[in-house]
Design a protein around this ligand. Structure first.
Ligand code: NAP
Length: 349
């Protein structure tokens, strides 16, 4: 099959918000492959907060040269297997890690993307490319947060703050798949969505400060794991957690997200989490950060759970390639329930 030299791709031309810095360019070179990489004809790409909140907004030009193609998650067809274990024509999904996106200026929001063969797996046939595109980064974050960081065991009790976030939605399904009891929060309008993912109990975080609600109604069996997937900078959920997190229990965060340059907030957080000794009133529970690691064996396990129907895709909305800026508007509302997906190949399911 002869491959084009030139493709259409979204590129960030400066540092800033997607609507100000992203351009759709129809004269972008198709990536050349290094050893161990394959070329994917992208069918669908999914958006992640890290792209618009961190990479586009904060990484200076001397670290990430412009223009570059944004985004990580993709589903597509291998069109140059480049002597890897894949064959041309394999239908795959996976994600370009943040490190490769920044160092090698690789991105998923393009007709063609190069990606390490170790960062993709064959797409299970029970999910379409549009559904599959949104699974890898968020599901692997949930998987690693629960198992690698929190060492979750079957039958344990888990609280998921942000049951309707993409990470939280995958976490509910993964925890339920090993028989855990799951309680999750979201705003009231998302109760049936969160319960449909398997949550046994629901807490509406809008009815009062969540740490106070939980402390006033502690569960008879305190949680073994508290997974914070919203990105709260405010520390009350952690500092009050002795009331609802069991001794030895672990508080895992996907990473507090300051709104702007909040030195005071970050300092408070550092004091509460890392510095304040327990004898000086520090919280007697362990706080840990999950940073997703693109480990092939975890992507394989996630794909197996998708194939088994244990992990169902979470698609909030789908936008055509030319409308990627509308997709960014949607994810930036912070109200999506599941993944915001961009259909790169309009013929794809
Ligand atoms: N560390 C890592 O490796 C890693 C990897 C992936 C993601 N992340 C981070 O994890 C966070 C979640 O990412 P995502 O893509 O899953 O998010 P997302 O899907 O964009 O989250 C949107 C959801 O957040 C919910 N939400 C907003 N405020 C809430 C609150 N105070 N309490 C409970 N739910 C709330 C909204 O529900 P309502 O409308 O009901 O409020 C909405 O459904 C982000 O901060 C992201 O940067 C980190």
């Amino acid at each position: 099959m002869s491959l084009p030299q030139i493709q259409k791709a979204w590129r960030a031309t400066a540092k800033g918000e997607p609507s100000k810095v992203l351009r759709l360019d129809d004269n972008v070179p198709v990536p050349k492959l290094n050893r161990g990489e394959v070329l994917i004809k992208v069918q669908a790409a999914a958006l992640n907060p890290v792209a618009y909140k961190v990479i586009m907004k904060l990484i200076p030009n001397f670290i990430l040269k412009k223009p570059y193609i944004p985004e990580h998650d993709l589903a597509g067809i291998v069109v140059d297997a480049n002597d890897t274990e894949f064959q041309d024509g394999d239908e795959v999904f996976g994600f370009i890690p943040v490190s490769a996106a920044v160092k090698e200026r690789k991105g998923a929001l393009a007709q063609y993307a190069s990606i390490s063969a170790s960062h993709i797996v064959r797409r299970p046939v029970n999910v379409t490319p549009t559904q599959a595109a949104g699974i890898p980064l968020a599901a692997m974050t949930a998987y690693q947060a629960l198992f690698d960081v929190a060492h979750l065991k079957p039958e344990q009790h888990v609280f998921i703050n942000g049951g309707s976030t993409a990470v939280g939605g995958f976490a509910i399904q993964i925890a339920k798949s090993i028989g855990c009891k799951v309680v999750a929060s979201a705003s009231g309008k998302n109760e049936s969505y969160v319960r449909s993912l398997g949550a046994d109990e629901f807490v509406d975080y809008t009815t009062g400060p969540l740490h106070a609600t939980l402390a006033a109604n502690p569960p008879s069996q305190k949680y073994h794991v508290f997974l914070e997937t919203v990105g709260l900078l405010e520390t009350s959920l952690y500092t009050s957690s002795e009331a609802y997190l069991a001794p030895g229990g672990i508080f895992v965060s996907t990473g507090p997200q300051p709104k702007g340059f909040d030195i005071a907030g970050l300092s408070r957080l550092a004091w509460k989490i890392f510095l304040q000794p327990r004898w000086l009133g520090g919280t007697k529970r362990t706080w840990k950060l999950i940073q997703v690691d693109n480990k092939h064996e975890d992507l394989v396990k996630v794909a197996e759970q998708v194939a088994d129907g244990k992990i169902k895709p979470l698609v909030d909305s789908v936008y055509n390639f030319d409308d990627a800026l509308k997709a960014y508007e949607r994810i930036m509302t912070g109200r999506a329930t599941g993944k915001v997906v961009v259909k790169v190949d309009l013929e794809t399911e």
